[in-house]
Design a protein. Structure first.
Length: 709
């Protein structure tokens, strides 16, 4: 069966399933009508006086709906919308392109990449939220949006602010977090609205454990007792400014600046039969600076509106990894060091012209994006007790990409219950590489999408989209790098090209009335030029392209409220995610899943806000599992858990503050690393050794205090 036949059969199956669900829903609607005529509320209708239906069939939540949760900001409110999860907004996406984040603020998409929707929503005080509407993206005049989209409407007003302190500790590894949190202030000076924020992301982590290395027959070769503490600190400042020149002309300016400090220092005592006892130190350090400046302005022009967007982003820093082994018998130390000093930048200019014609919304857009990477990589080894540099020219070089695209989009409401959106255009790019493997390539690729949004009844939304996508190339994959702790190396590849894919997305969302909401999403991708670690002729391996691959994501999110059961204020959020992937292994030619990617994720979260009190409590349990990774000479798996559980209690008015305490990892989830290493290539050579490592994480306690001013 060829790829097109498989895609056609999948599409037919999805549409057949949709029809069955719709038929069942329409039958349920008839029953709802019967119940309504007998004085019983329809289960498909929005629940409560603070929830209503929008003009396009979406659901509108008023601030009073969220009162039981005592939210401090818009993000707190959105998290309590039944069945909705924030998606998209990947900072590593290709340029700005069409909208992909399923959150709008006052009907507008965000022009910033480093500042996500979650970041900006967390800085909007709850008392400035007028309402939150959940609608199907295809019903909006914003190209690229399909499925459930949250549109948060806010008001201006006087000066206000909020803050949150976050702390925690891990008894097993004696690691404390004292300085996490955020503070923001927002207000207006005439026509200028502003939000200023400072945030400190603060994390302490690590584990204590044992590793065992055995030969192919299971005979123990070596034991490793290790302690692996780590620290991550990321202070950042940001400013979001809005200026209303008039009722029809608004400009936005977004500024952000952050530093990153990452350290992980592992000590390991290694011993075994016929081996000299030794101590090994593995240190990783990353120091990074990042900033972004983005701005946009929208104004009337002719029969439509023109929006201009500009963005300048930069990320630079030094990554260092050092591995040193000391022997108990006095032998000379051995060791290596890898240093990567890299600067990355992105500059984007985009124009969008929107107008109404033939009872439809049209938009033509043009974008120019210029990406760059300059990296100097150095490799050292210990000689007579000192680090001496050795040649590593493949790790140093520069990569640039100049990219241009133009897209024409049209959106039309065919009927009150059926909407259509389509777009099409071309992308042109020029990738150049300097250094030891200089090269230049040019590409011309089509892009576009077509989507339908159908609302067969109130409370039931179905969207289907077919999209042609082009992925963003990670420039670091073009250059060589080493992994000292595992003894591996990726060579450079100056022929690496971005992935392309045909994506088919189906989303079905059902409002369950007083019971909550449920959303099923199925995404099938047929990928060309899939990027993975591939073997090289003559030995070695590098990040390279594989002709084709497939990926299918099944994601089901449900919120069930317990009010109809006589337990007001209680609800459970459920998430089930299964990812099926397939690619032909470039070494042995056998089909296998994607290397190292997650294939399962399950989450259940219970929360009870006790009526007529300021107390809430709850628990959640989370399970995640990923595929094995595959290299030329080894196969392994690295993961944590796989099951984590925690409990929390919250008081929403302690002298006007919200205080939350959590106890995590109650089921004793650990960190695992297992691998089988071969004496050459895994397709033809025998097993050299098997390594199994378990790191005990222990309980995790976290606290937070938040308030407004």
């Amino acid at each position: 069966m060829d790829g097109n036949t498989a895609l056609l059969r999948l599409t037919s199956s999805l549409l057949a399933g949709t029809a069955l669900w719709t038929g069942a829903s329409l039958a349920a609607q008839e029953s709802d009508i019967e119940r309504a005529t007998s004085g019983t509320e329809s289960a498909a209708a929005p629940a409560g006086p603070n929830v209503s239906t929008t003009g396009t069939g979406g659901t509108s939540y008023m601030p009073e709906y969220f009162a039981q949760f005592a939210p401090r900001n818009a993000l707190d409110m959105l998290r309590e919308v039944p069945g909705f999860n924030i998606q998209g907004g990947n900072g590593g996406s290709r340029g700005l392109g069409q909208a992909d984040e399923n959150v709008l603020i006052n009907g507008k998409r965000l022009s910033s990449k480093s500042d996500s929707a979650s970041d900006q929503l967390a800085r909007i005080p709850a008392d400035k939220v007028v309402r939150i509407e959940i609608v199907d993206g295809t019903t909006l005049d914003i190209p690229g949006l399909t499925g459930q989209v949250a549109n948060i409407f806010t008001s201006g007003g006087g000066l206000s602010g909020q803050f949150e302190w976050r702390g925690g500790f891990r008894p097993l590894t004696d690691r404390q977090e004292y300085f996490g949190g955020e503070a923001s202030i927002s207000g207006a000076l005439g026509k200028l609205g502003y939000t200023l924020a400072f945030e400190m992301t603060n994390n302490r982590f690590g584990g204590v454990g044992t590793g065992l290395i055995s030969d192919a027959n299971g005979t123990l070769i070596e034991t490793q007792d290790f302690y692996s503490p780590g620290a991550f600190d990321q202070p950042s400042v940001s400013a979001n400014l809005t200026y209303d020149f008039s009722d029809e002309v608004t400009a936005n300016l977004n500024l952000s600046y952050e530093k990153e400090f990452f350290d992980r220092n592992q000590t390991e005592f290694q011993f075994g039969p016929n081996l000299v006892d030794r101590n090994e130190r593995s240190d990783r350090k990353n120091r990074e600076t990042e900033y972004e400046i983005s701005a946009d302005i929208e104004f009337p022009l002719g029969p439509g509106r023109l929006k201009l967007i500009g963005l300048e982003g930069f990320e630079g820093g030094v990554f260092t990894q050092t591995l040193v082994t000391e022997f108990a018998d006095g032998s000379d130390d051995t060791g290596s060091r890898f240093i990567s000093d890299a600067d990355e930048g992105e500059r984007i200019g985009r124009a969008e012209y929107s107008w109404n014609m033939l009872d439809a919304d049209w938009q033509i857009s043009g974008e120019a994006a210029f990406n760059r990477l300059d990296r100097v990589a150095s490799l050292f080894e210990v000689v007579d007790g000192d680090f001496v540099e050795i040649a590593f020219p493949e790790g140093t070089g520069g990569v640039t990409e100049d990219r241009y695209e133009s897209i024409l989009s049209v959106s039309k409401q065919i009927t009150d219950r059926l909407g259509f959106q389509t777009s099409g255009g071309m992308e042109f790019s020029n990738i150049k590489q300097t250094g030891a493997a200089a090269n230049a390539r040019k590409f011309k690729r089509p892009k576009g999408s077509a989507s339908l949004a159908w609302r067969p009844q109130d409370g039931l939304d179905i969207s289907l989209e077919l999209r042609r996508s082009v992925g963003q190339l990670s420039f670091g994959d073009v250059l060589a790098r080493v992994f000292l702790d595992q003894g591996n190396q990726n060579d450079g590849n100056n022929e690496l090209v971005p992935e392309q894919s045909w994506d088919l997305d189906l989303e079905i969302s059902k409002n369950l009335g007083a019971w909550g909401s449920t959303t099923l999403s199925i995404v099938h991708r047929r990928i060309e030029d899939y990027i993975d670690v591939i073997p090289l002729t003559g030995g070695g391996e590098a990040r390279g392209n594989i002709d084709k691959a497939t990926r299918t994501d099944f994601d089901w999110n449900t919120t069930l409220k317990f009010d109809p059961l006589g337990i007001p204020g209680a609800q459970v959020d459920l998430e089930f995610q299964i990812v099926e992937t397939n690619v032909r292994d470039p070494l042995d030619g056998i089909d296998r899943p994607f290397s190292g990617q997650r294939n399962q994720r399950y989450r259940a979260e219970f929360r009870h806000d006790i009526p007529r009190s300021d107390i809430a409590y709850g628990t959640n349990i989370f399970y995640s599992r990923n595929n094995q990774y595959f290299r030329r000479g080894e196969v392994g798996r690295e993961y944590e858990g796989p099951t984590f559980a925690n409990i929390f209690i919250e008081h929403k008015d302690v002298f006007g503050l919200t205080v939350n305490a959590q106890a995590g990892n109650l089921l004793g989830g650990d960190g695992f690393f297992d691998r089988t290493v071969y004496d050459g290539s895994r397709d033809v050579d025998p097993v050299l050794f098997v390594e199994n490592r378990v790191a005990r994480i222990g309980p995790i306690f976290r606290f937070s205090v938040s308030g407004n001013f």
